[in-house]
Design a protein around this ligand. Structure first.
Ligand SMILES: Cc1cc2nc3c(=O)[nH]c(=O)nc-3n(C[C@H](O)[C@H](O)[C@H](O)COP(=O)(O)OP(=O)(O)OC[C@H]3O[C@@H](n4cnc5c(N)ncnc54)[C@H](O)[C@@H]3O)c2cc1C
Length: 443
C-alpha cells in the first residue's frame, strides 16, 4: 500500500530528513508517479544507511518488505533470496544447513538488496572481498519497469553493485554461501597504546585471524590508542566438552531499546571522553563467541542512534591506500586541533578493490568516525578531511555519506562517468532518484 499523506523519512544518522511517501507495491508506485509526482522513487531496505541515500523528498520510498523467501541448495550452498530478506534471516537459515553468508556487516539488520546496492564489506574484507563478489546473479526492475536478470560479468551488474539503488530495484539475488563446520567464532582482543602500534598489530593479527577490526579512541590525547579484535571459526577441540552449544542465531532476535532520552544530545565531548576511557580499559576477551554477537555487537540495542538527540550524527567513512597511511596520523592531529571527537571509531585494513563501478573498497585502510551533527567546527573539519582524502587518492563511502559535493565525488570515484552512462541506459527517465543522487548529481 502507498501511504496517503507524506511522512518524515530519515537514514540511520537521523541528521537528514525528507518528507515523502512510502510504498511496498511496484504497480501502485508506477501509477502514483505517473499521476502525481515529479520527484523520483528510491528503493529502501531497513534504512541502515546513514545519510540520504534511501530517502527522496517529495518522492516515494519503495520498500523491499514484500520481496521475501530464502531457498538454499543444501549441496552447493547457493541461496536464492528475495531482496527484502535481512542478513540476520539469511544467517539463521544458512547455519541450519551448515553454511553462512561470507560477507556480513556490523549489523544484521540490513537487507540483501541494501547490502548489494552498497556493495558492503565485512571484517574479512582482506580475504573475502565484498558482498557482490559472492553473488552469482541479480534480478533488477529497471527505470522502464522491466525485470531483468544479470550475471556478474555484465555492466548492469557492475553498475548496480554499490550503485545506491539508482540503476533499479533489486528484487532477487543468488548468493554463494560459505561452508562452515562449527558456526562459532574464536576471538582475541589486544590493547594498543597508539596509532603506530595499532597499524602494525592489526597487520600482524591478519596472519592469524581472517576477521579483524579495531576500535580507536578519538578523544583525549588523540594518540590512536584502542582495542583490536581478531576472530576465526572455532575448531572441534575448542567446542568439545561443551554439553549443549548455543550458536546464538535467533529467528526473532531479542532487541532492547535505549529509554526515551528526549531531544538532548548526550554525545558531548566530556561523555565521549569518559566512555572512551572506560572502553579502553575494559577486560580483554579471549575465547568462544557466537557468530551474531561477534559480527553484530550493537544489535541487541535497537535505537542506539537516538543518543545524539534530535539533530542526529554524521558517519564519515573513508578509505586511503597503504602508501598514504600518514594521512591517518594527520586526521588525528586535525581532530585534536579542532577538538572534534568521535564516539565510535572503527579502523580496518582492506585487501580488495570492489568490482562495482561505485564500490567503495580498495586496498588500504578504512576509518569510520561518528560525529554529532551539532559538533562545533564540524563542517570546516569535514571540508579539510575531504581534501586530505582526495589528495591521497582515497574516497568516502556513499552509504554513510551526507556531506560530499558532486565535485569531490567525481574526484574520488574514477569510474563515475562509466557508471553514469549505464545508469542512463538502465533508467533513461531517472525514475530511480534519491536526495543523495540529486545532491551529488548522480542523476
Ligand atoms: C550499526 C551499523 C553497522 C554497519 N556496518 C557496516 C559494515 O560493517 N560494512 C558495511 O559495508 N556497511 C555497514 N553498514 C552500512 C549498511 O550495511 C548499508 O548502509 C546497507 O546498505 C544498509 O542496508 P539497508 O537494507 O538498511 O538499506 P537502506 O539503508 O534502506 O538503503 C541503502 C541503499 O541501498 C539501496 N537499496 C536498498 N534496497 C534496495 C533494493 N532492493 N534494490 C536496490 N537498491 C536498494 C537504497 O536505495 C540505498 O541507496 C552499517 C550500518 C549500521 C547502522
Amino acid at each position: 500500500m502507498i501511504s496517503e499523506v507524506p511522512e518524515i523519512h530519515t537514514g540511520w544518522g537521523l541528521n537528514l530528513k525528507a518528507r515523502g511517501f512510502s510504498a511496498d507495491n511496484f504497480e501502485e508506485v508506477r501509477r502514483f508517479r505517473e499521476n502525481n509526482l515529479t520527484r523520483g522513487v528510491i528503493p529502501s531496505g531497513l534504512s541502515r544507511s546513514y545519510g540520504d541515500s534511501s530517502i527522496s523528498s517529495g518522492g516515494v520510498r519503495f520498500k523491499s518488505s514484500n520481496y521475501r523467501g530464502i531457498s538454499i541448495d543444501a549441496l552447493t550452498g547457493l541461496a536464492d533470496c528475495g531482496s527484502g530478506v535481512s542478513i540476520r534471516d539469511l544467517e539463521y537459515e544458512a547455519h541450519l544447513r551448515g553454511f553462512l553468508p561470507p560477507v556480513v556487516p556490523g549489523t544484521g539488520f540490513v537487507t540483501l538488496g541494501g547490502a548489494f546496492a552498497s556493495d558492503i564489506h565485512g571484517k574479512s574484507q582482506q580475504t573475502d572481498g565484498n558482498f557482490s563478489d559472492h553473488v552469482s546473479s541479480i534480478s533488477v526492475i529497471d527505470g522502464e519497469g522491466f525485470e531483468r536478470k544479470f550475471a556478474p560479468e555484465s555492466e548492469e551488474f557492475k553498475a548496480t553493485a554499490g550503485g545506491m539503488g539508482l540503476t533499479g530495484f533489486i528484487s532477487r539475488l543468488e548468493i554463494k554461501l560459505k561452508k562452515v563446520d562449527i558456526p562459532m567464532v574464536y576471538q582475541e582482543e589486544v590493547r594498543v597504546r597508539n596509532l603506530s602500534e595499532m597499524l602494525s598489530t592489526l597487520e600482524g593479527l591478519e596472519a592469524k585471524y581472517p576477521y579483524t577490526v579495531a576500535w580507536i579512541d578519538l578523544s583525549g590525547s588523540y594518540e590512536g590508542r584502542g582495542l583490536i579484535s581478531g576472530g576465526r571459526f572455532a575448531v572441534e577441540r575448542e567446542v568439545s566438552g561443551t554439553k549443549k552449544l548455543d550458536f546464538g542465531f535467533d529467528k526473532t532476535p531479542k532487541v532492547t531499546s535505549v529509554p526515551f532520552l528526549g531531544y538532548f544530545n548526550f554525545m558531548k565531548y566530556p561523555s565521549i571522553r569518559a566512555f572512551n576511557e572506560f572502553w579502553y580499559r575494559k577486560p580483554l576477551k579471549e575465547g568462544l563467541a557466537t557468530f551474531p554477537k561477534f559480527m553484530h555487537p550493537l544489535d541487541s540495542i535497537g535505537n542506539w542512534n537516538k543518543i545524539y538527540g534530535k539533530s542526529g550524527f554524521v558517519q564519515y567513512q573513508i578509505v586511503i591506500s597503504d602508501e598514504n597511511r600518514e594521512v591517518l596520523f594527520q586526521i588525528l592531529s586535525l581532530l585534536k586541533k579542532h577538538k572534534v571527537s568521535s564516539f565510535l571509531t572503527v579502523l580496518k585494513k582492506f585487501g580488495h578493490k570492489g568490482s562495482g563501478y561505485l564500490s567503495f573498497p580498495m586496498p588500504g585502510w578504512t576509518l569510520a568516525m561518528d560525529f554529532a551533527s551539532d559538533s562545533k567546527n564540524l563542517s570546516q573539519v569535514i571540508r579539510v578531511l575531504d581534501k586530505m582524502v582526495i589528495s591521497s587518492g582515497g574516497r568516502v563511502y556513499l552509504t554513510k555519506d551526507s556531506t560530499s559535493s558532486p565535485d569531490s565525488i567525481a574526484l574520488m570515484y574514477q569510474d563515475l562517468e562509466k557508471w553514469k552512462s549505464i545508469k542512463r541506459k538502465m533508467d533513461p527517465s531517472n525514475f530511480w532518484q534519491s536526495d543523495q543522487s540529486r545532491r551529488l548529481n548522480l542523476c
